[in-house]
Write a protein that binds this ligand. Structure first.
Ligand code: C2E
Ligand code: CA
Ligand code: CA
Ligand code: CA
Length: 281
């Protein structure tokens, strides 16, 4: 038992070292990634469940690392947050998303809001100026930019966060709560904050057709959202059955593999050309 204990400690230490080394390696290459233009944005369409029309697009960052290949955001966003690099990366994401959305407008392919994910640190760094710069450089109207914030970000509810959200709303931006239902929220913030949309987390949507609890939670979120006059978006819709259930429950919009995976900018242009008439075409 003693030897086993030592092995466990050793294993633990080794895996800790491995993780620390991985973190340092990522941090090191992350510092160079912006200057080397290694980031890309992919875009995932959001569809009105009643009309089949395109109603929005979520921008999702991708990192093409020279030797590691494509690094998932779940891997590098935490590193970027811990090191403060998320501010510079987030600034790039914001500008790039606005530019691209303006391009769809100019090409006459889509005139819908592009949604950008925000980290808490970006709020502290003054997100207002970042937004204003991106809008000015791109020419995108403020009401075509949407910011996705998480419950934990708004729940922190520093007065400063509330003030920032109000400012952004006054500028004309659209605000949504991402991953709704996964945080510990009192729900009271929903009426204090100037929010337009709720996004039901994928973890609920995933099992709505097989798990009655997830179905009940999803239905409750849709009703809650509607009673608060918010649009409700389901994310991670992967099957026809999930789409049908959500539609029957009155969910407004859907996003997920059933409609399209996130697409690079070229593939997205193709998607837009073929989707223009809505679901029926
Ligand atoms: P999220 O905001 O919840 O984004 C949705 C994630 O679900 C994306 O993963 C997307 O590719 C994936 N997804 C979409 N539809 C489906 C589906 O039908 N089935 C399944 N299984 N997955 C689906 P992704 O792109 O890997 O992003 C992961 C997370 O990374 C995002 O979660 C978001 O929290 C964060 N993230 C991505 N881009 C940015 C960014 O530019 N800034 C910040 N701060 N965070 C970002
Ligand atoms: Ca999101
Ligand atoms: Ca989400
Ligand atoms: Ca999520």
């Amino acid at each position: 038992a003693k030897a086993e204990g030592r092995d466990n400690v050793q294993f633990f230490t080794e895996s800790l070292n491995a993780r620390a080394a991985e973190f340092l390696q990522l941090e090191h290459s992350l510092r160079r990634a912006l200057g080397r233009h290694e980031f890309r944005l992919h875009y995932q369409p959001q569809i009105d469940m009643r009309t089949g029309q395109l109603v929005g697009m979520e921008a999702l960052v991708r990192w093409q690392h020279p030797s590691l290949g494509l690094v998932a955001p779940s891997k590098f966003i935490p590193v970027a947050e811990d090191t403060g690099m998320i501010v510079a990366i987030g600034e790039w994401v914001m500008l790039e998303a606005c530019r691209e959305a303006q391009r769809w407008r100019e090409l006459g392919l889509a005139d819908v809001p592009v949604a950008v994910n925000l980290s808490a640190n970006q709020f502290r760094a003054g997100v207002r100026d970042c937004v204003a710069r991106a809008l000015a450089y791109s020419g995108l109207p403020a009401n075509r930019l949407e910011l996705e914030v998480t419950e934990s970000l708004v729940m922190g509810a520093a007065d400063q966060v509330i003030a920032s959200l109000r400012e952004l709303k006054e500028m004309g931006l659209i605000l949504s709560i991402d991953d709704f239902g996964t945080g510990y929220s009192s729900l009271s913030y929903l009426k204090r904050f100037p929010i337009d949309r709720l996004k039901i987390d994928r973890s609920f949507v995933c099992d709505i057709t097989t798990n009655p609890d997830d179905a009940a939670i999803t239905t409750a979120i849709i009703h809650l959202g509607h009673n608060l006059r918010l649009h409700v978006v389901a994310e991670g819709v992967e099957t026809r059955q999930q789409w049908d259930f959500l539609r029957e429950q009155g969910c407004d919009q859907a996003q997920g593999y059933w409609i399209s995976k996130p697409l690079d900018s070229e593939a997205l242009l193709e998607f837009l050309r073929s989707w223009q008439g809505g679901l029926s075409s």
